[in-house]
Unconditional design. Sequence first.
Length: 155
Amino acid sequence: MNPLGRHIAIAGAMLIPIAQVSAQAPDSASGRQAVAQTSAGPRIMAQNRYFAKPGKAEEVYAWRQHASDVLRQLGLNAGQVFRGGGGEQPDAVWQVVIDSATLVREARIAQESLEFQEVMRRMATLVRRIENGNYLQRRLVVDVKDSAAVRLRPH
């Protein structure tokens, strides 16, 4: 029991998958369709996982970093690029946390950019697979006074 007699709530954030698309190269651009179908409002973590062809892991990672540079030059969110472990795991991961309306707008701008499309065409020659996932950010609230009171709220 709380010695001050006050209501205490524990809050955290959780990510709930809202769409996941797997695309085989060279049709990897089709994986972007899930982004375009997102509605305005809540915060989304969009994540692309790149699985390199044999011997191409470093090049995939470098091209994903370059793709982020191109996004930055377009005035868009560059996201973060991580080096993956390879094998059954991705060789590179890109992700961004952004509100869904901005995600849709920026995905459209990137898709219309000739420079970004050139980068993605090159990337398609380097990967065997690209997986896309979009995750809805929700807030988990647990009321310690009432252990049955667990609620998910938009973040």
